[in-house]
Design a protein around this ligand. Structure first.
Ligand code: SAM
Length: 255
């Protein structure tokens, strides 16, 4: 029996059947909800739009020392999280609702807004956070765990990646963002990065807001934003720009 039962931030009873749930399997349950308890995600958590549980991997160690890792077979630096311990931790999570099970790792497929949308549309997600050199591959194979990366850099643990993934999903849950258009016009929607934004004052430190945005001419503003989005995407993300052009050309050829 686990020493510490999974901690749960309870949703309000009225929403109990609809809440999107995040379960985080981690060596550091104290890191949750962390920043997810603030701002938009925090308010949605308080309102019972979503819930978060943590499962403490250390509770599933078999020995008195609560060992969760061991030296890698084949040698090399660092330690590896044990398959038997992770397996027991995953068994403790109720899998009857078939939530997507994800290991956050730099070796995974890069997380995309398209995948975030799918995850936000599912009833929730189970996230496995690695530490040390990562997790014994056999448990990843045995559970057919999806591997997802936050980007081409190495974090010291999966927890910040889990926080980022949950945040990206929660903001898409119904009612979390007040203005629906805000998420429709964002980066990656339509395949481009977003155009630049400006607000008051009109003149800041000698820098003026682009004249067109003050014209009140909606069509011209729309065109300017589209051109800016294309320019920024072409410069910063040639990979996205190429995909955008292929899609665009295919659309034009259809008509
Ligand atoms: N040895 C691993 C490698 O080279 O791929 C890196 C291990 S890292 C120090 C420890 C843990 O942090 C990983 O198991 C993973 O859960 C998490 N992590 C690190 N970078 C990440 C990234 N870019 N995306 C998602 N998770 C990451």
């Amino acid at each position: 029996m686990a020493k510490n039962m999974p901690k749960e931030v309870k949703p309000s009873a009225a929403r109990v059947n609809q809440v999107w749930s995040a379960t985080v399997v981690t060596l550091f349950p104290g890191m949750f909800p962390g920043s997810l308890g603030q701002s938009l995600a925090g308010k949605a958590l308080d309102d019972g739009v979503w819930s978060i549980n943590t499962v403490d991997i250390r509770d599933f160690a078999a020995d008195n020392k609560q060992t969760v890792d061991d030296a890698p077979f084949g040698g090399g630096a660092g330690m590896v999280m044990r398959a038997d311990v992770i397996d027991a931790a995953l068994f403790s999570v109720n899998k009857s609702n078939k939530l997507p099970l994800i290991y956050v790792t730099p070796r995974g497929k890069p997380l995309t807004q398209a995948r975030v949308k799918e995850l936000a549309a599912s009833p929730g997600v189970i996230l496995l956070c690695g530490r040390y050199e990562g997790i014994d591959n056999r448990v990843i194979d045995a559970w057919a765990i999806e591997e997802v990366s936050l980007g081409d850099f190495v974090l010291s643990g999966g927890e910040p990646a889990a926080v980022a993934l949950i945040d990206a999903c929660v903001r898409l849950l119904p009612g979390v963002i007040g203005n629906k258009l805000a998420s429709v016009e964002e980066s990656f929607e339509g395949g481009l990065l977003e155009y630049p934004h400006y607000t008051r004052p009109r003149d800041w430190d000698g820098r003026e807001v682009p004249e067109i945005l003050l014209s009140g001419h909606h069509e011209k503003v729309k065109d300017w934003r589209q051109t800016q989005a294309e320019h920024i995407t072409r410069e910063r993300r040639p990979d996205l720009w190429e995909k955008y052009n292929i899609k665009h050309e295919a659309k034009l050829n259809k008509h």
